[in-house]
Design a protein. Structure first.
Lengths: 120, 78
């Protein structure tokens, strides 16, 4: 293949982040802005997980029969994974708060278009 | 080979979700990149992150968006 898996994964994360940033700036609808923010969060998480990937490595679970030197040479790096595991759950709850604020804005202004909310 | 297809599905699903005018369709299509990225985490040697992302990204987040669309308006206004 032309690209290695790690490089292609970096490109996927970058395109998700750029797509989300462009959509947050240029789309007027508030719910679509929040959808784009969730894509940015997905891109950042994918970037962090890709940092811990090791070409031809194994999952970081220490099984009986492995020597610790061999395990240290071949296991993927688990610290970004622990970080991302927390980040996914926190991202979902901040998303819920953003959607709640949008529902309150709709009850107050009768619209979910950002420019009309700012006009009122 | 399958991993490159999954990456293309993730980006394409994100583009399609942002292009919809019907917000309920956009909310459902949000689950496609979430599920694709969960499969990608499994390939990138992170099975615990893949389990969490499969539940949160492909089930909980689209339901949140669908509830928000139900409480506000369904079609995007001009």
């Amino acid at each position: 293949m032309l690209l290695s898996l790690q490089l292609a994964s970096f490109f996927t994360a970058a395109s998700l982040m750029v797509l989300g940033a462009v959509a947050v700036i240029f789309i007027d609808n508030l719910i679509k802005k929040v959808i784009a923010l969730s894509f940015i969060a997905d891109g950042v998480n994918l970037f962090l997980v890709t940092l811990g990937y090791r070409e031809g490595g194994i999952v970081y679970i220490y099984l009986p029969g492995m020597s610790s030197a061999w395990f240290a040479q071949h296991a993927s790096y688990p610290l970004p994974f622990a970080l991302v595991l927390t980040s996914i759950v926190i991202g979902a709850s901040t998303l819920a708060v953003m959607l709640g604020i949008i529902i309150i804005l709709y009850q107050k202004h009768g619209t979910i278009s950002a420019s009309r909310v700012l006009e009122d | 080979m399958i991993e490159y297809v999954i990456m293309i599905i993730a980006v394409l699903g994100a583009v399609l979700a942002l292009l919809q005018r019907d917000l309920l369709k956009a909310a459902i299509l949000t689950g496609v990149p979430g599920a694709a990225i969960a499969a990608l985490y499994q390939i990138l040697l992170a099975p615990d992150v893949a389990l969490t992302q499969a539940i949160v990204g492909s089930a909980i987040i689209p339901v949140f968006f669908a509830l928000a669309v139900y409480r506000t308006m369904r079609m995007e206004e001009e």
